[in-house]
Design a protein around this ligand. Structure first.
Ligand code: FPP
Length: 249
């Protein structure tokens, strides 16, 4: 069977792809199962997409796993998600090591349950020397939280005399973001038919191409990921310029 993978131009890959994994709950409901059944099956999709991204040579993959707003879900679901994270992290570290993938996290991770934070920090530590791809989990993350924290840290540095207010430009500001060591995502994928960014990487997505698919996250497979990349490669990214300026360079 032929794969969409063959149609990807490997010389024009996005270096950073961000994913809003959505639709676990609706997928579970469709199957007459509790929501956590959707999250558990969502782990399979995480595996598929991570594998696909590493195989074709994506350098950064960032997955929105838990937002600061997700705490307001029923306690039972939050607890189940947190345990699922611990189990998944413990089970998958070996695979990350085998595939030379580095684990990273963005978000207010110190406010996660201690067990989850511990599993996460262990995974990050263990994989810290890997350099084929960086897999970042956004956990207890929201972009407004991140921007607020950056503003606070900047203000402190100004107060300490490390920085003059006049020195603050876009490059300085981005150094204070949790993604300071990554390029901005060129492509953001959201599954399940919702067409929102939902407080994810707001600063970083200024020029990001957005790709929305109706597929629920637990059904998202490698071929769907390839389809998103092909769609991205068919677009023209102008960064505010006119078409002729972009195509003539
Ligand atoms: C969105 O679906 C999904 C989440 C909030 C959680 C994503 C978590 C996983 C896939 C499991 C673990 C992940 C990692 C990275 C190890 P939803 O619950 O909002 O679905 P709905 O919109 O249909 O209700």
């Amino acid at each position: 069977m032929s794969s969409l993978k063959e149609h990807i131009d490997l010389h024009r890959l996005p270096s950073h792809i961000a994913v809003i994994m959505d639709g676990n709950g609706r997928w579970a409901k469709k199957h007459g199962k509790p929501r956590i059944f959707g999250h558990r099956n969502g782990v399979k999709s995480v595996r598929e997409v991570t594998e696909a991204a590493a195989e074709i040579g994506i350098s950064y993959l960032t997955l929105y796993a838990f937002s600061t707003e997700n705490w307001s879900r029923p306690q039972l679901e939050v607890n189940a998600l947190m345990s699922l994270l611990v189990d998944t992290l413990r089970n998958e570290i070996e695979t990350l090591m085998k595939n030379n993938i580095r684990l990273h996290a963005i978000g207010d991770i110190h406010k996660l349950p201690k067990k989850t934070e511990k599993a996460l920090l262990e995974g990050i530590h263990e994989t810290s020397m890997n350099d084929r791809m960086t897999l970042t989990l956004a956990l207890n993350y929201s972009a407004r939280w991140e921007i607020k924290e950056a503003a606070k840290a900047l203000a402190m540095d100004v107060r300490e005399g490390i920085l003059e207010p006049g020195d603050i430009d876009e490059i300085t500001f981005q150094r204070y973001l949790t993604t300071s060591k990554m390029p901005d995502p060129e492509l953001m994928i959201r599954t399940s038919g919702e067409k929102r960014i939902s407080n994810f990487l707001l600063w970083q997505s200024a020029y990001t191409e957005l790709y929305f698919t109706e597929i629920y996250w637990p059904e998202f497979r490698k071929e769907d990921f390839y389809a998103a990349i092909i769609d991205f490669q068919m677009r023209e990214r102008r960064f505010g310029k006119i078409s002729e300026q972009v195509t003539s360079t």
